[in-house]
Design a protein around this ligand. Structure first.
Ligand SMILES: [Zn+2]
Length: 176
């Protein structure tokens, strides 16, 4: 059987021709990833002089919606509740953090931003290297890897991953 041998330079030409199609696919991945991306949440104190220092330090902290805020622990919680140096809360007043002192009389709130991660998702320009076409869909945001795959906090508190990037890629691949 004859072996097909592409004309010299043909594969390179094909790669250039395919580049726009590859980019259209990448753009679809970007659109799905933006739809599937978790929101971000921001810790907000009331900002007066009665806010406890551990919450003053948390003011403005931004984390993906599936993750926990990291606060300094209060001494009582360290001694009586077995928490470590940090207390991990899904939102202000979160009892699943196992803290008590760090929750008591808390007046803090949480601001949710549905596009907090989505707005950082971008599709790059196609890069043609020889016979290869590469288009990168990227996202640069705080703790974005943990937003994707999840994490485990001290004390065994588990944050499930949202897998928004891999789900987006799988959805688009299934259409092809
Ligand atoms: Zn508070």
């Amino acid at each position: 059987m004859a072996k097909f041998k592409p004309a010299p330079g043909l594969e390179e030409k094909l790669a250039l021709m395919l580049a726009p199609a590859v980019q259209r696919i990448a753009r679809q991945v970007e659109i799905e990833a933006k739809r599937l991306a978790p929101p971000t949440k921001t810790w907000v104190t009331v900002g007066d002089d009665k806010v406890r220092p551990t919450h003053v330090n948390a003011q403005g902290q931004v984390v993906p919606g599936n993750l926990r805020f990291e606060l300094d622990s209060m001494q009582w919680d360290i001694e009586h509740r077995g928490v470590g140096a940090h207390t991990y809360m899904l939102q202000p007043g979160d009892r699943s953090s196992r803290a008590i002192a760090n929750l008591k009389n808390c007046r803090c709130s949480m601001h949710r931003d549905p596009d907090g991660i989505a707005r950082h998702i971008n599709t790059g320009q196609p890069v043609v290297t020889g016979k290869k076409v590469t288009v990168t869909v990227s996202v640069q945001a705080p703790k974005v890897v943990e937003a994707e795959v999840g994490t485990v906090y001290p004390g065994g508190l588990v944050a499930e991953g949202t897998f928004f990037m891999s789900r987006a890629a799988a959805l688009v691949a299934a259409r092809a």
